[in-house]
Design a protein around this ligand. Structure first.
Ligand SMILES: [Zn+2]
Length: 160
């Protein structure tokens, strides 16, 4: 069996070479299985370094999985928004805030929505009648939209 010093914990002969291992990556209920992995693993500290080709395959599978998960979440966001009869613009104004195209970016899977928004959407999916309450409660909830009145210098009030 091939062995070498661990580059992480320094254990002499700590790392041994393995082959033919499979790993399953999971994110948000999606899975990708990667077969035929080989590399080095330390028996002392658990450090793993995959052989170069395997490392690339592993990274690519992880990236694909994250993209697939974002698309899946995006589809879910779109489904719930449509069920609530909201346009993307209305959904931004009422629920998410952010740029005017925030929802379209979530739905295309470009960006993962914040957890709080995802949770809100799922609650509204389960209890759609709460949308009316949300609309009432949202009024005055966003304090970023101050209205400003400018009082000019030396301006005096006049009684009429
Ligand atoms: Zn080690």
């Amino acid at each position: 069996m091939k062995a070498q010093q661990c580059f992480s914990c320094g254990a002499p002969q700590g790392m041994s070479h393995f082959e033919g291992r499979a790993e399953t990556l999971r994110v948000k209920g999606l899975e990708r299985r990667i077969d035929d992995l080989s590399g080095w693993e330390c028996q002392m500290c658990g450090e793993v370094e995959l052989d170069p080709g395997c490392s690339d395959r592993h990274t690519n599978a992880g990236d694909e999985l994250v993209i697939a998960a974002r698309k899946m979440i995006g589809e879910e966001m779109k489904r719930i928004r449509r069920k609530l009869h909201l346009s993307q613009k209305e959904a931004v104004a009422l629920l998410s805030g952010g740029g005017h195209n925030a929802f379209s970016r979530y739905e295309r899977g470009e960006v993962l929505p914040p957890k709080a928004l995802m949770l809100l959407m799922r609650l509204l999916d389960r209890y759609p009648h709460l949308l009316a309450d949300a609309q009432t409660l949202a009024e005055g909830a966003d304090l970023r939209g101050f209205k400003t009145t400018v009082h000019k210098e030396h301006e005096t009030l006049t009684a009429s």
